[in-house]
Design a protein around this ligand. Structure first.
Ligand code: 5GP
Length: 210
């Protein structure tokens, strides 16, 4: 039972703290694998190639699109972002619960292809907190911050499409909630069809033998 990993999509407004939440989760539990995305956006201070993202230029990115190497990809605020397919497939096969931290267009693509994926939208406790977090981060120009806030309005329209919403008020509590959402997904009946069939057959044999 429960041998394949659960694919989890985590979205949320820019600045909502998804990254920190996921980092905390990975730190505490070892059954998770975080997919590192490819992007054409510039590297921010403190980011590392291959760890935060695989940073590349538009030509490299488009070449990978051509070669069908992305599970999904999207344009977000003038840059490409995409999930490398191979890693996700390998990790799920190995039974790891794979985390994708992606925006809504990508989330829609994944859900369409893999409806068994669990999707979670991380919300701020209120809108003011979101603006403050985004401004305090201080890694982006005013113009980019405004563009990201505009984008948040667009993304807000699609929240109901997600399976779950998670309010990120207390980091520790939200992380544990995230963990329990994902772990309970393992028990969904449709993920355990082979196991169910086996028990059903075995029970039948018992009754036939009587
Ligand atoms: P940031 O530039 O702040 O790192 O990311 C901007 C947005 O792109 C975030 O909402 C993030 O979740 C999303 N994102 C990161 N990687 C991917 C990806 O591989 N695919 C898609 N569709 N979105 C991504």
């Amino acid at each position: 039972m429960m041998d394949k990993g659960v694919l989890t999509i985590i979205s949320g407004f820019s600045g909502v703290g998804k990254g920190t939440l996921v980092a905390k989760l990975m730190e505490k539990y070892d059954n998770y694998a975080l997919s590192v995305s490819a992007t054409t956006r510039g590297m921010r201070e403190g980011e590392e190639h291959g760890k935060s993202y695989f940073f590349m230029n538009v030509f490299e990115f488009e070449d990978k699109i051509q070669k069908n190497q992305f599970l999904e990809y999207a344009k977000y605020v003038n840059n490409y972002y995409g999930t490398p397919k191979q890693y996700v497939e390998d990790m799920l096969e190995r039974g790891k619960d794979v985390l994708l931290e992606i925006e809504i267009q990508g989330a829609r693509q994944v859900k369409k292809m893999m409806p068994e994926a669990v999707s979670i939208f991380v919300m701020p406790p209120d809108a003011q907190t979101l603006r403050e977090r985004l401004t305090e981060r201080n890694t982006e120009a005013e113009e980019v911050i405004n563009e990201r806030l505009r984008r948040a309005t667009v993304e807000a329209e699609g929240i109901e499409e997600y399976d779950y919403v998670l309010v990120n008020d207390s980091l520790q509590e939200s992380m544990e909630k995230l963990h329990s959402i994902i772990q309970s997904s393992h028990h969904q009946s449709y993920r355990n069809i082979d196991f169910i069939k086996k028990i059903r057959e075995d029970v039948k044999i018992f009754t036939e033998g009587e």
